[in-house]
Write a protein that binds this ligand. Structure first.
Ligand code: UTP
Length: 299
């Protein structure tokens, strides 16, 4: 980006929610992974809130079979609302209304077959159009003073281009993650030089792993359209981003906060503990209960 250029605004966010969630079977046999709850809110609500708070105006859900409940979740539940009103459950009613998105702000499209994350993002191409956009993985939820997307957008306004959120992992654990190579610092971010899927510690270019938030230029769609298969015979977003990196600037944005990978059982359980401990009405009793359980289990 030349200094006098102002990067195009990020108005739309894509939420790929068409995966099978096999790591969470049988919970995900009939229910989408994205509706798993952390304390009392579905994962998908956390990420829609994050996007809305960061100023996103249009929410694009790429859904698959068995995902209709996500559409229902963001609809108005007239009977429920009438009953809550009748019973004077004002707080619950206000909560439901706060969680809703405005009319016409959410679009659903289908990925008929789960051919990979890259393919899911490509399925949103007509709705995104020719403008930069955000991708948010709903199974990664985050806790920080400000949200991850908000931090990324602040950087984007200075850098333009493509951005990927990253967090540092223990250098011995790089083989569990997608790892980025980094170059010079640019404000709070780094110029990104490479991306490697699950490298051994000795081959890893850094210990910054990809955490599930992206700002991408629309040129990614042409690369995804080629439908090249990668790891697991899936159309991988990482492969298309690697090719875009050859011609377009990419920046790695370290998130000032913590990411919980709720697609894994450990991350999901940790998120429940962390988010419960932040709820005023729950924290003290829950901490006492957790301590007693750990003590009883001799841990
Ligand atoms: P994951 O690989 O974590 O999700 O994809 P998964 O395939 O649902 O889960 P496991 O590994 O079998 O347990 C990250 C995100 O991308 C979406 C998923 O819904 C999830 O939110 N995704 C993945 C798609 O929308 N389509 C795909 O073909 C693959």
């Amino acid at each position: 980006m030349r200094n006098h250029d102002v990067p195009a605004p990020i108005r739309k966010a894509v939420f790929p929610v068409a995966g099978l969630g096999t790591r969470f079977l049988p919970a995900t046999k009939a229910m989408p992974k994205e509706m798993l709850t952390v304390v009392d809110r579905p994962l998908i609500q956390y990420v829609v809130d994050e996007a809305r708070d960061a100023g996103i105006e249009h929410f694009i859900m790429v859904t698959g079979r068995n995902k209709a409940v996500i559409e229902d979740h963001f609809d108005i539940a007239y009977e429920l609302e009438a009953t809550l009103k009748e019973r004077n459950k004002t707080a619950a009613l206000d909560g439901l209304r706060r969680d809703q998105v405005g009319g016409g702000e959410m679009t659903f499209t289908r990925q008929q077959e789960p051919l990979g994350l890259g393919h899911a993002v490509w399925c949103a191409r007509e709705i995104v159009g020719n403008e930069p956009f955000a991708v948010i993985l709903p199974d990664m939820i985050m806790r920080g003073e400000t949200s991850c997307l908000d931090q990324m957008l602040k950087t984007y306004h200075e850098t333009g281009g493509n951005l990927i959120s990253v967090e540092e992992c223990d250098p011995s654990e790089t083989a569990s993650y997608g790892i980025v190579g980094i170059g010079e610092a640019v404000g709070n971010a780094y110029r990104m030089t490479s991306m490697v899927e699950k490298p051994k510690p000795e081959d890893a270019p850094s210990n910054f792993y990809i955490t599930g938030r992206y700002i991408l230029q629309p040129e990614i769609f042409a690369l995804l359209a080629e439908g090249r298969r990668g790891a697991g015979n899936e159309i991988q977003l990482t492969d298309a981003m690697l090719r875009l990196l050859e011609t377009h600037p990419f920046y790695a944005c370290p998130f000032r906060g913590r990411t919980y990978d709720c697609g894994s059982k450990l991350g999901f359980l940790a998120a429940n503990v962390a988010f419960a401990l932040e709820r005023d009405e729950l924290a003290a009793d829950f901490a006492a209960e957790a301590r007693a359980l750990l003590e009883a289990a001799g841990r």
